[in-house]
Design a protein around this ligand. Structure first.
Ligand code: GLU
Length: 453
């Protein structure tokens, strides 16, 4: 960084269009801008590009703001809405008209099939169109390096449409200038817009910001990330029980790396190390397995008092019936290392939550096929029923003593017991299960199963 840059306040912006939920790609753009601003003590401006009246929805805007807040990506000042700035765009376009750099034309509005909609009420004025000068345009991209474009490939650019609304490229330049934006960090899909925007900067005599175009995010099959690859919006990840800290960590590594192979990083460390210049110019691959691993690491790192209320948000009232806070915490503790998302808890630990257990009776019979198994299980049930205390230690002692007495391995009692009590063949330590289910439920489940065998 040179002295001038050091003295200049860094101002970046995130400019979503409220035409859909915040998806992973946009969230990454927001995150990189936020990291850049926070790293350099600059400002992040939130600009809402809502000039597409038909597609922009209040619901989407609210959700975008909620998702940003949930991820912890705060912005400076109030969000700026383009729809409130129409006069400014019009006045600016007139300046280029006055300079002879633009012309007016009777605009047309076409429907989706390309037919001109005649007498449309939306044609309120002539369109203002920028005359594209012939020249070679150079972008010194912070990620891709030098890119040259011949403007003869660019047709004249509409600035203000016949309906009075600005085009994206035009409004973007006016806004980025008014908002004092120093660095534009956005997706590669905007590279083709940048030369058009640079021509506007030149026509107005404005200083252009620096540009950094961030490569696309691909699915594991190397095609562009889409619904086919699973959840694409931040909202879906929140609903599935990913932690915002894990998601921020994971998304930060989509195209960026700290340079020392570190993966699990606190947001403070990411801010400290982030530099747009270290963003790779090759496309990033979204690896759901890696995200799941990372999320499980973040879950493991939480203490039970923090994790329990988070998990509770994924449970219904009836799941919690008859379960006191202490027992719930014990169950949560048992599953901390076994769940990849908060949402998985209900499915994995369901047998602790419901009084009645559903399982596949066929599988139970298969487990019980060995000779004398029923007899042994009846004996075990009676041993359990005779226990005064129903703890991890007592139940383990009872089981091992009985196995010795019957001259069988402990596993011959443990495996069917696990299925009878949980409906699953794997899970946390069986003696934890005994203690946490409690004597009543354990005996009931044994009785029910023994009737079937
Ligand atoms: N509204 C544009 C988008 O959502 C913003 C592009 C830009 O950052 O200039 O893609």
């Amino acid at each position: 960084m040179n002295l001038l840059q050091e003295m200049q306040e860094i101002r970046v912006r995130f400019a979503p269009s409220p035409t859909g939920y915040l998806h992973i790609g946009s969230a990454r753009t927001a995150l990189f801008n936020w990291l850049y601003a926070r790293h350099l003590n600059g400002k992040l401006i939130l600009r809402i590009e809502d000039t597409d009246l038909e597609r922009s929805k209040k619901e989407f805007l609210e959700e975008i703001l909620d998702s940003l807040k949930w991820l912890g990506l705060n912005w400076d000042g109030e969000p700026i809405l383009q729809s409130a700035r129409l006069d400014i765009y019009r006045k600016s376009a007139k300046q280029l008209l006055d300079k002879g750099l633009a012309y007016e034309a009777q605009g047309e509005i076409r429907d989706k099939e390309g037919n001109i909609i005649k007498n449309s009420k939306r044609i309120t004025q002539k369109a203002i169109i920028f005359k594209v000068p012939q020249k070679i345009i150079t972008i010194n991209d912070l990620v891709h390096g030098k890119i040259e474009i011949d403007s003869s490939t660019i047709k004249d650019q509409v600035m203000i449409k016949s309906d009075g609304f600005p085009t994206y490229n035009f409004a973007c330049v006016i806004d980025d200038t008014d908002m004092g934006i120093t660095h534009v960090i956005r997706g590669d899909d905007h590279i083709s817009n940048t030369p058009k925007q640079l021509l506007f900067y030149e026509a107005f005599g404005f200083k252009a910001p620096e540009f950094g175009h961030v490569p696309l995010i691909l699915g594991k099959d190397r095609s562009r990330m889409s619904k086919r690859h699973g959840a694409t919006s931040i909202r879906e990840y929140k609903q599935a029980g990913y932690l915002p800290e894990a998601l921020v960590n994971f998304i930060s590594l989509l195209g960026w790396a700290p340079g020392n192979d570190r993966e699990i990083m606190s947001v403070t460390d990411i801010i400290k190390e982030f530099d747009i210049k270290n963003v790779k110019s090759v496309n990033a691959v979204f690896d759901t397995d890696k995200l799941n691993w990372m999320n499980s690491e973040y879950i493991k790192a939480l203490d039970v008092n923090t994790l329990t209320p988070l998990i509770k948000e994924f449970l219904d009232k009836e799941d919690l019936e008859g379960l006191d806070e202490l027992n719930l915490k014990k169950i949560v503790k048992l599953f901390t290392i076994r769940i990849k998302t908060l949402g998985e808890f209900k499915q994995e630990a369901g047998y602790f939550l419901k009084d009645k257990l559903e399982y596949d009776a066929g599988q139970l019979l298969k487990l019980a096929q060995r000779p004398a198994i029923k007899e042994n299980l009846i004996k075990f049930r009676d041993t359990l029923s005779g226990l005064n205390e129903f703890t991890i230690l007592n139940t383990e002692e009872a089981l091992r003593n009985l196995a010795k007495e019957l001259n069988i391995s402990a596993g011959e009692l443990i495996h069917p017991s696990r299925f009878i009590l949980t409906g699953k063949t794997v899970g946390p330590g069986i003696f934890d299960v005994f203690e946490l289910l409690g004597k009543d439920r354990v005996l009931k489940r044994f009785d029910r199963a023994l009737e079937k065998i």
